[in-house]
Design a protein around this ligand. Structure first.
Ligand SMILES: NC(=O)c1ccc[n+]([C@@H]2O[C@H](COP(=O)([O-])OP(=O)(O)OC[C@H]3O[C@@H](n4cnc5c(N)ncnc54)[C@H](OP(=O)(O)O)[C@@H]3O)[C@@H](O)[C@H]2O)c1
Length: 334
């Protein structure tokens, strides 16, 4: 039985969450945000989704990151969110920071994918209906589309903001040269880009090596890291095989081919290091990201309340010595 009675914890802003300023904006974001890509679809028990959403909000995680096609099935994570919104979170709408995105495959035919104005604006309308809200806080272009003029995609973001259906605009996974054009286009129309969302974790350094982090910082755009735990690789999840309830076993986006001996070897060494530091590997992985001053927030995924609780402990994480940072680099770079 799903318990519809919910009152948010009175101490939700006093339980240790830290809020970082997002670029050059008025927005503060929690260091830990909750992503709804996996684990919140209609293949997942709704009761667990509700528990995780409530637990997160009760512990100061007030930013939920969604996209049109999160599930599976497509749209169902937004529907789960809409259910929870209606049943329990509605009174807290002004305390919540909700994002959605369009840019990847969503519905059949030529207008349900890519970067056109037609797709983005229709998708935003659909997302709002599913999520049962009047506006999102951030609307992202989910991915750069080389076939659509970037001006068309950016103007759709501008118009989403002007229409009041989104408060801010964001971009995700744009290469640096296209991000530059996007930032300039948006700024020239007084809709500065609030957030760049990119894959960043100890194993994937692209935002550093491609100059995305420094570019966002110079532009006054916040950087929010997705897959901070490399989808679960940077935890103790796969140290002793593939657990039945894991993303790999459940057919998620993380495939068993990723679990090479070389990668598992690195993870073991990182896990030993985390133990020495007195924390879980998940905590060390998140702590490493949040140690970078240019990282505004990390978007964690979680299949249980226990994982969220474990990850929240990163807020008490010690910093890193130069020696420790070098050790991580040498383990990761093999
Ligand atoms: N912009 C984009 O293109 C894009 C792309 C990908 C993701 N995202 C966003 O980023 C969010 C997070 O991505 P992600 O789910 O890949 O993040 P992640 O945090 O790297 O991985 C989450 C997975 O790690 C495992 N995990 C989490 N905490 C753990 C802990 N304490 N101990 C052991 N295992 C733990 C769980 O795996 P199990 O499920 O196996 O338990 C969980 O599902 C998404 O939900 C989405 O909002 C955006």
């Amino acid at each position: 039985m799903i318990d519809p009675v919910y009152a948010a914890a009175d101490d939700r802003y006093d339980s240790g969450m830290i809020y970082n300023r997002c670029g050059r904006s008025g927005i503060l974001l929690p260091k830990i945000s909750l992503g709804w890509w996996h684990n919140f679809g209609d293949v997942d028990p709704l009761a667990n989704s509700i528990k995780k959403a409530h637990y997160a909000f009760d512990h100061g995680i007030n930013h939920f990151d969604l996209a049109n096609n999160y599930g599976p099935s497509y749209g169902s994570a937004e529907e789960s969110f809409g259910y929870i919104m209606e049943k329990s979170l509605r009174p807290y709408r002004d305390e919540l920071f909700i994002s959605t995105k369009a840019g990847h495959d969503m519905w059949p035919g030529p207008y349900g994918n890519h970067g056109s104005r037609k797709y983005l604006l229709a998708s935003l309308d659909q997302s709002l209906k599913r999520m049962k809200i009047d506006y999102v806080d951030v609307f992202y272009s989910h991915v750069y589309d080389p076939e659509t003029p970037i001006e068309e995609t950016m103007q759709a973001l501008v118009d989403a903001v002007r229409s009041g259906k989104a408060l801010y605009a964001g971009i995700s996974k744009y290469p640096a040269d296209k991000a530059r054009i996007a930032y300039d286009y948006l700024a020239a129309r007084d809709v500065p880009c609030l957030l760049y969302q990119g894959r960043y974790n100890m194993l994937n350094r692209e935002p550093e090596t491609e100059g995305i982090l420094s570019q966002a910082e110079q532009n006054g755009t916040g950087f929010i890291a997705f897959s901070p735990l490399a989808q679960g690789l940077l935890t103790d999840r796969y140290l002793n095989g593939i657990p039945e309830d894991s993303r790999v076993a459940r057919g998620g986006y993380l495939k068993k081919e990723a679990l090479t001996e070389e990668t598992i070897g690195k993870i073991r060494r990182l896990n030993d290091m985390a133990k020495r530091r007195g924390q879980s590997l998940a905590q060390m992985s998140l702590g490493w990201l949040l140690y970078h001053p240019t990282v505004t927030s990390v978007i964690i995924g979680a299949s249980s309340v226990e994982q969220i609780a474990n990850n929240l402990q990163v807020l008490n994480s010690p910093g890193f010595t130069d020696e420790e940072l070098r050790e991580i680099d040498s383990i990761v770079k093999g």
